[in-house]
Design a protein around this ligand. Sequence first.
Ligand code: ASP
Ligand code: MG
Length: 409
Amino acid sequence: MALIVQKYGGTSVGNPERIKNVAKRVAKWHAQGHKLVVVVSAMSGETNRLITLAKEVQAQPDPRELDVVISTGEQVTIGLLSMALMDLGIKARSYTGAQVRILTDSAFTKARIQRIDEESMRRDLDEGCVVVVAGFQGVDDVGNITTLGRGGSDTTGVALAAALKADECQIYTDVDGVYTTDPRIVPEARKLDTITFEEMLELASLGSKVLQIRSVEFAGKYKVRLRVLSSFQDEGEGTLITFEDDIKMEQPIISGIAASRDEAKFTVVGVPDRPGIAYQILGPVAEANIDVDMIIQNVGSDGLTDFSFTAPRGSFDRTKEILTSVCKHIGARDIRADRSMAKVSVVGVGMRSHVGIASRMFRTLAEEGINIQMISTSEIKISVAIEEKYLELAVRVLHKAFDLDVVQG
Ligand code: ASP
Ligand code: MG
């Protein structure tokens, strides 16, 4: 008998029929004797609807009141799911974040969980009751309702699992696990049975949006076994996200390939090479809250350097504006900006113990005539910036080059 936290996303509870299906799935686990805490999101589209509604009334909604409004979606689904469970003859009780007492700081719309009181949940569980908790919300120490940021129900699930020392946190969603890459780009992409937290973080931040990044960080920190599964399939073990030491089999060197297309590249040309230049260029960019990713600087023989970096495409105009004034200020020759860049990365903990991954990646891209414009690496990741029009091609050939379409024994 295990203590399991299950989290169901918005599409899984998107209508009454689906809520009843979730109840049946919970009932199955319950019948096997497991203790269950179930976290739900609002019905799909509901949180967006509530935000729109708020903005129709107040153009810049007051953050405290916005949280009062957008936390209601989850209050509906916890009640409905509890009713559906009762209809199946199962004892169930719903809790809002405040009722559990998921204590957060007071940063409305992006609050952080500080503590969870688990006594009442434990009491219910001991009585054979299924505990149903509203995702995405908490309460601050003076009783204000708070929310945890978009996609925050994943974090609620993981936090409850950590507080209750659950055996596993299962995230049910509309995909059946984490894939080697986006199956819409590579139909041969395979579902991974296991992946490490580190790899998942790289893949998540690089654009595979299966889980809220924060929840993965949280799970890694508090050693919560995390599993992603489909709520629309009866079979399947999903993907277990776990620790390197837990993965017994010989891991493949590369676990997945991530791609993101929202990149832009900027180059300040002919920068005088002197101390403080990188700060003079990137300081104002950081002050504008623009997230710089890859950076390259290289000094030429004439004592001048070209300084390039990538930033999100969404901040293209703003970044260009800042650089134009920086350029004058530091006496650089010119700036160049390209808004249609993409980033493609190969990720795998096996890189730590294997050489030649980068050269295989670069050779594969070269054979397709894809020009690499920037490169950045970490211990378990190699990323390249390329022209956006090559994104699909790059992902496909790399997927093949690293044998990711071959089922691993
Ligand atoms: N309902 C919230 C959102 O749409 C939280 C969640 O679904 O995880 O962001
Ligand atoms: Mg979600």
